[in-house]
Design a protein around this ligand. Structure first.
Ligand SMILES: [Zn+2]
Length: 77
């Protein structure tokens, strides 16, 4: 199961469970999803704030854009 945060066209957000991402696509296609608040069927995947673990890579330099490997600052000693 997978949960998606969905938004209707009126700005309501709600969570919906799907068996897979393909299930989500199917339900969007067949318009079997509706906003529980207003019944709007124009729903789309919302911006998720997933609890994805952030990269644990230690910054090689203080540059905010530093991606450690290949950091242009890392060659400067
Ligand atoms: Zn709504």
């Amino acid at each position: 199961m997978i949960v998606y945060s969905l938004n209707c066209s009126k700005g309501h957000s709600f969570d919906e469970w799907f068996t897979s991402s393909g299930d989500y696509d199917e339900q969007i296609k067949t318009k079997s999803l509706a906003c529980p608040t207003c019944g709007d069927k124009k729903v789309a995947k919302g911006l998720m704030a997933p609890n994805v673990a952030k990269s644990t890579a230690a910054p090689a330099c203080g540059a905010p854009t530093c991606a450690s490997t290949g950091c242009p600052m890392s060659g400067l000693k």
